[in-house]
Design a protein around this ligand. Structure first.
Ligand code: NAP
Length: 334
């Protein structure tokens, strides 16, 4: 029986915000498998901020090729396998990309134990680019400890919403989120139990930080960069840890990135600014995943998911992520 793969391919590299002219919808019959390959029916794709950077030439993350699918992590079910490690019906996680059916080398896939958590959790609370990223950023890089005042930017998104909750579980005394819009600040305080939240689109971030953290900021988990990073740097204390997880405010102009103006505060306060990518902690994934799974099972962490539909909407949903049109983890059911 022939199977048709429906996919979105990149036809040109965007400058600034991507639009329809950069992508094409294609239908194509799935070719027979070679030895060592697995055919996966994609269920959900995680729409992550890194996807935007893969559209640029020479990106840090393995770039999308012109004419090729767009990199994205996903979960799905094995339809056919020519590898001894996978069988029809297995639930798997891997770099499945912007398509409905993915022919994958077996070594790129991970078989999921859905007794631990439902498959979608491996894109969110337990996910490499969400839960694990937040975990290593808060625990290993930020070294959050009892009594700390922690600020998180991009706080209502996937990584940010996890980072704030993990900071609290790590002993932080006060967790303050920064996000765009009152519906997001309400979500942070009411649903995720942050102590306070700042609406950077409608409030003066510096003034609000002065009110909410009068004794200064011990740890800043930054997803955004730009002016928000500068506002926080002005308010760090002796020994602060600034965690550079990402800088989404800069991703649509990567050839003209704006660095922090107030970086001399690091010297004045004997503070550190340390960046990381989650794969730098590959040796520690089991520790992170074990802890996240325990918190997840106990209901200590909440991951709100927003599920959009249709592989043909992949470009629009990617733009939705960049413009903040979602709460928590943005997923695409293909
Ligand atoms: N270091 C790593 O290994 C690693 C791994 C995964 C992700 N990350 C980073 O983590 C960050 C979050 O990624 P995610 O996939 O979880 O996305 P996300 O937070 O779910 O979505 C991105 C959010 O960024 C906010 N945003 C966009 N432009 C902004 C701007 N100019 N100023 C302030 N906020 C802006 C939007 O929320 P608002 O409505 O609040 O503006 C949007 O919801 C990104 O920087 C990403 O690169 C790093």
């Amino acid at each position: 029986m022939s199977i048709v793969n429906r996919k979105i391919v990149l036809v040109s590299r965007p400058t600034g915000r991507p639009d329809d002219s950069n992508f094409r919808y294609v239908e194509e019959e799935v070719a027979p498998l070679d030895d060592g390959q697995v055919l996966v029916e994609v269920d959900l794709l995680g729409i992550d901020a890194f996807i935007r950077t893969t559209l640029d030439e020479g990106s840090f993350h393995r770039g999308a090729q012109i004419g090729g699918v767009i990199p994205a992590l996903g979960v799905g079910e094995v339809l056919d396998s020519r590898d001894a490690g996978f069988a029809k019906g297995d639930k798997v996680f891997g770099p499945l990309s912007s398509q409905t059916h993915a022919v994958m080398p077996a070594f790129t896939l991970r078989k999921l134990d859905t007794n631990v958590a439902p498959a979608n959790a491996w894109l969110g609370a337990l996910g490499l680019t969400t839960g694990l990223t937040a975990y290593f950023g808060i625990v290993d890089v930020g070294r959050v400890k009892k009594g700390d005042t922690v600020v998180v930017s991009g706080a209502a998104g996937a990584v940010g919403s996890m980072a704030g909750q993990i900071a609290r579980l790590s002993g932080a005394d006060k967790v303050i989120g920064i996000a765009g819009g009152s519906h997001k600040t309400k979500f942070l305080v009411d649903e995720l139990r942050f102590d306070a939240a700042i609406d950077y689109r409608n409030e003066n971030v510096g003034a609000r930080l002065d009110e909410l953290a009068p004794n200064g900021i011990d740890v800043f988990f930054d997803n955004v960069g730009g002016e928000i990073l500068d506002d926080v740097l002005m308010r760090i204390v002796e020994g602060s840890r600034i965690v550079i997880c990402g800088a989404i405010s800069q991703y649509e102009k990567m050839d003209d990135v704006r660095g922090p103006r107030n970086y001399l505060k690091l010297a004045e306060r004997h503070a550190t600014m340390e960046g990381f990518a989650v794969f730098h902690f590959a040796q520690h994934y089991a520790r992170g995943e074990g802890q996240l799974a325990e918190w997840y099972r106990n209901g200590d962490i909440i991951m709100r998911e927003q599920i959009e539909h249709g592989v043909e909407n992949f470009p629009a949903v990617m733009n939705m992520l960049m413009t903040g049109g979602h709460h928590g983890k943005l997923l695409l059911k293909v």
